[in-house]
Design a protein around this ligand. Structure first.
Ligand SMILES: Nc1ncnc2c1ncn2[C@@H]1O[C@H](COP(=O)(O)OP(=O)(O)OP(=O)(O)O)[C@@H](O)[C@H]1O
Ligand SMILES: [Mg+2]
Length: 243
């Protein structure tokens, strides 16, 4: 990512669009604390995650963040049910077994609950990862093309589940999608290209910020001086290999 200044208020539904390789997953990884910026600060719910150690980050994710990864990241030695159950048990949530079953029911996977990821189709694995992302009642849901492997009926269903969390529970929803119809339903649409924000329907194009970021939501300020207007390609990799 080039320098970036972005505030996502609590409860906002933001879609992130952009060509392949434009930095969408990288931005999500930064917000989740799975990647660290080379410079700048990221605050989640007012907490500066850039200065947190791994244990504190894991704790914060467990309490507040649900992530649907582009490549699912299911634990291969656990069944669908266990993949949803285990994070809740680690977090000490009461009634984890019943809740895991209900979450799998929500994504229409009851019949496949005791299958391992290798026995599930891509779309089924994606739905398990969605059920898992919902399991900790996250106040922030980060979803990386969560409907990318689903047919239109399942895709719409999953999208409605996420929208329900956003509308009924005020979950902040940050959704990467190539589906422009879905993107258009968001409160705000951010477009990336070559690691920069090139448009933000909440503000002006280019580097932008919205709201005062005093409470809730997510603040991302990366890089040093504000970037110039010329688009650059082949940004230096800034990942730390923690994904
Ligand atoms: N771990 C990594 N180490 C080095 N470079 C990486 C790493 N992950 C991604 N990149 C590079 O960073 C750039 C942005 O990648 P990113 O995964 O954020 O793109 P994206 O917008 O999510 O694309 P897609 O739509 O294909 O998922 C790409 O050029 C990619 O090759
Ligand atoms: Mg991606």
């Amino acid at each position: 990512m080039h320098s970036l200044d972005l505030t996502i208020p609590d409860g906002q539904f933001v879609s992130i669009v952009g060509p392949s390789g434009s930095g969408k997953s990288t931005l999500l990884g930064l917000i989740a604390g799975l990647d660290a910026p080379t410079a700048g600060e990221i605050r989640v719910d007012g907490e500066a995650i850039t200065s947190m150690d791994e244990d504190s980050l894991a704790g914060l994710r467990g309490r507040k963040i649900g992530i649907v990864f582009q490549s699912f990241h299911l634990i291969t030695s656990l069944t669908a049910y266990e993949n949803v159950l285990v994070p809740m048990e680690i977090a000490g949530l009461g009634d984890a077994p019943a809740r895991a079953r209900a979450l799998l029911e929500d994504v229409d996977l009851t019949a496949r609950a005791h299958h391992y990821p290798s026995q599930l189709s891509g779309g089924e694995q994606q739905r398990v990862s969605i059920a898992r992302a919902f399991s900790n009642n996250p106040s922030i849901l980060l979803a990386d093309e969560p409907t990318g492997n689903l047919d239109s009926r399942n895709g719409r269903h999953v999208f409605e589940l996420m929208l329900k969390l956003n509308r009924q529970r005020g979950t902040t929803l940050i959704l990467i999608t190539h589906d422009h119809e879905l993107a258009a339903l968001a409160d705000r649409r951010i477009a990336l290209r070559d690691g920069r924000v090139v448009s933000d329907s909440d503000g002006s194009s280019g580097d932008s910020s919205a709201g005062d970021g005093a409470t809730g939501g997510v603040d991302v300020e990366t890089g040093g001086a504000a970037g110039d207007e010329v688009l650059e390609t082949a940004a230096e990799p800034q990942h730390q290999g923690r994904r």
